[in-house]
Design a protein. Structure first.
Length: 196
């Protein structure tokens, strides 16, 4: 079979073709479109350079898949219709409707293949667990006057008596009364002999 595709009436022009086309300068756009049309209608590769080659290569898979689908359709028609003299080419090209149907079937098959690939990917990749939310630490409060009193009193008590002092509710209440009495002297707050 020759490279030329017999009377091909059309092909799917994907948005991705247009997206890469828009990113190029006019010279590369022309080279890209010439190569695309030459491949789709004549099944011939073009010798591209630079950005046009890069753009064409980025779309090559879908371009080749469309051409292959069309060629396969022609071969299927050849098998169904008897040919004279064993010719490889069909006597009549597929009608535009048959061509569109073949390309639609090809697109459906591509979608099914993509779904299968996604399913395989989903089976292989474990789901990502969300990170736990760690609450921000609360800012430290200044110690209360009772806590300050305990921190001063306990070491002094141990130094003088040689024993640890164990606080109960009554001592805490007494401590608060003592601090209130100390604070009532003078205008400035006094805590354990230290003026604030």
């Amino acid at each position: 079979m020759t490279n030329k595709l017999i009377d091909r009436q059309g092909f799917n022009f994907y948005k991705s073709y247009y997206d890469v086309y828009k990113e190029m300068n006019p010279k590369n756009r022309l080279a890209f479109m010439d190569a695309l049309l030459k491949k789709e209608f004549e099944n011939e590769e073009s010798d591209l350079k630079g950005m046009a080659k890069f753009a064409y290569l980025s779309q090559k898979h879908s371009i080749d898949k469309q051409v292959k689908g069309y060629i396969d359709k022609l071969k299927a028609i050849n098998k169904d219709t008897p040919s004279q003299g064993g010719a490889d080419t069909p006597t009549e090209p597929p009608s535009p409707q048959e061509q569109v149907q073949g390309e639609e079937q090809e697109q459906e098959q591509e979608k099914e293949e993509e779904k299968e690939e996604e399913q395989v990917f989903d089976e292989v990749v474990e789901p990502v667990q969300p990170l736990p939310i760690i609450p921000e630490p609360k800012p430290k409060k200044e110690p209360s006057e009772v806590t300050i009193f305990k921190n001063v009193f306990e070491p002094e008590y141990k130094r003088l008596k040689g024993l640890d002092f164990y606080w109960n509710g009554a001592e805490a209440a007494s401590c608060k009364k003592l601090i209130a009495a100390i604070n009532s002297f003078g205008k400035k707050k006094a805590t354990f002999g230290i003026l604030r």
